[in-house]
Design a protein around this ligand. Structure first.
Ligand code: PLP
Length: 402
């Protein structure tokens, strides 16, 4: 049995540890009694002195988040995370916008499920899981041409959570402007935010979702960027917080931690991206020597986030493989970390045309804390797991290639 402190954590796309900057920023807001100086428990919606202290902290965090995301402070709507931001963007609030939402087939369920609930349309993706401009143009043309339906929003993720592949949002925005003028483009940038400068990568999107816990902030906090001029009402109605776009007392400590984590991420982005991509490539090169393992988007030439390595492993089941990896202390995943875990098939892998029950998807995702030692341990563990499975099942494809 491996002690939790000894686990090799390679599931950073699911969540990543709280960074020191976020912890330090949040601490005064979580302190109580004498340790809380100045007292910071006030409700930012109030009007007395203690409420004003909280309001100032909220305003300052909003300015810092906006500066990193490349938008105005008034365009930031704080939410309970990526899921809420996505739901708000797709529906446009309550009642939902007229028309039907359009999204890529490999979107996270936080987009896909509200799109399906509103009888929306999914755009087919290429072999790397990207929405290509021609495919989007075709979908929007068909929708506009005689079906009597129109798009209410187009939602295409900045980078995919399972494969790590990056969409060209500038090109997709041009398609939306041409084929569905006036329709907002939403991008779920939850996975991209730790690695890409969203003030550039997502500049073409009218609505952008981010989540704190994917980049070293606390869980349960996120934001939707709503660019000036985008129509949006509240999904959660209440006391008119967030300029009437999201009711409810904000999680001030979480938001302050989010701002600190976002700034820390931005200041280290270039060096971390280069370091992590090098480790990822090292691991990929080592694993590709195994006959059973192939990179899922390796030959497509698609740009991939630095921390993602998505593999297909022949002759095994995802559940068995993950269980054996865990016995060696390695935490990875078969796909996204939704409630269904590894048991349910991946709609992303299905959407890129990978079939066959004997090919297990394996997502290894690195983060800011990943070390070379962990990468070596992961390679050893995978070799060991494949050898065990070959012994048990006599799989024909588990030999070393060279
Ligand atoms: N969108 C993407 C692409 C994600 O990867 C996730 C989390 O896995 C979410 C949305 C949901 O974010 P949250 O966990 O903050 O609700």
């Amino acid at each position: 049995m491996v002690a939790p402190s000894e686990y090799v954590y390679l599931d950073h796309a699911a969540t990543t540890p709280l960074c020191e900057q976020a912890r330090v920023a949040m601490e005064p807001l979580l302190a109580s009694g004498e340790r809380a100086r100045p007292p910071s428990f006030g409700n930012p919606s109030g009007s007395h002195a203690l409420a004003r202290i909280a309001t100032r902290a909220l305003d300052e965090a909003r300015e810092r988040v906006a500066a990193v995301l490349g938008c105005a402070p008034g365009e930031v709507v704080f939410t309970s995370g990526g899921t809420e931001a996505d739901n708000l963007a797709v529906t446009g609030g309550m009642p939902p916008r007229p028309g039907v939402p359009v999204c890529g087939a490999t979107e996270h369920p936080a987009v896909l499920e509200p799109v399906r609930a509103l009888d929306g349309v999914e755009v087919a993706v290429d072999a790397a899981g990207r929405v290509l401009p021609d495919a989007l143009a075709g979908t929007l043309e068909r929708l506009g041409g005689g079906t009597g339906r129109r798009a209410s929003v187009v939602s295409v993720m900045c980078a995919n959570n399972e494969l790590g592949t990056i969409n060209d949002l500038d090109a997709l925005a041009a398609v939306v402007h041409e084929h569905a003028p006036g329709v907002p483009l939403h991008s779920d940038a939850v996975q991209a935010a730790p690695w890409l400068d969203l003030s550039v990568a997502a500049r073409a999107a009218d609505l952008v979702s981010v989540s704190a816990h994917k980049l070293g902030g606390p869980k349960g906090v996120g934001a939707l960027v709503v660019r000036a001029g985008s129509m949006l009402s509240a999904l959660i109605h209440g006391g008119g917080q967030e300029r009437g776009r999201r009711g409810g007392t904000p999680d001030l400590a979480g938001i302050v931690g989010f701002a600190a984590a976002l700034e820390a991420t931005a200041s280290q982005r270039c060096s971390q991206a280069a370091r992590v991509a090098a480790l990822r490539d090292e691991l990929a090169a080592e694993l590709e020597l195994l006959e059973a393992v192939s990179p899922t988007v390796g030959t497509t030439g698609a740009a991939v986030l630095p921390g993602h390595l998505h593999l297909l492993v022949e002759g095994v089941s995802a559940e068995e493989l993950l269980l054996l990896l865990e016995q060696r202390g390695v935490c990875a995943s078969a796909g996204s970390s939704c409630a269904s875990g590894a048991a349910a098939g991946s709609h992303v892998v299905e959407a890129i045309g990978v079939t066959g029950r004997d090919r297990a998807p394996l997502r290894i995702s690195l983060g800011a804390t990943t070390t070379r030692r962990e990468i070596r341990a992961a390679a050893d563990a995978l070799r060991w797991a494949l050898a065990r499975l070959a012994e048990r099942g006599g799989s024909p494809v588990l030999e070393a290639r060279t």
